[in-house]
Design a protein. Structure first.
Length: 78
C-alpha cells in the first residue's frame, strides 16, 4: 500500500520541524488535516491541506507543498 493521509501529515510535519524549527505539535495545528479527494476527479494530485497559523507558518507550509506533491501526488485515505 502507498502513502496514507496520516503518513503524509507526519512527513509534512517532520519536514517543517527540520526546515523551520518549532515543535511537531505547533506544526500539526498550523497544517491541519490532509484532505483526500477522489482520484476520478483529481487524477494528478488527490490531496490538499487548509493551513492556518501565522503568515510565516502558512508560507513555510505552502513552500513545502509543491515539492511534496511531486513526490507523493496520490495518497490513500487513512
Amino acid at each position: 500500500m502507498g502513502m496514507t493521509a496520516s503518513d503524509l501529515e507526519q512527513l509534512l510535519i517532520a519536514r517543517l520541524v527540520r526546515k523551520s524549527g518549532g515543535t511537531s505539535q505547533t506544526w500539526q495545528r498550523a497544517l491541519g488535516k490532509v484532505i483526500v479527494r477522489d482520484t476520478e476527479t483529481h487524477a494528478h494530485c488527490n490531496w490538499d491541506v487548509r493551513p492556518s497559523g501565522t503568515d510565516a507558518q502558512r508560507a513555510a507550509i505552502e513552500a513545502l507543498l509543491d515539492d511534496v506533491r511531486l513526490e507523493h501526488s496520490i495518497v490513500a485515505a487513512g
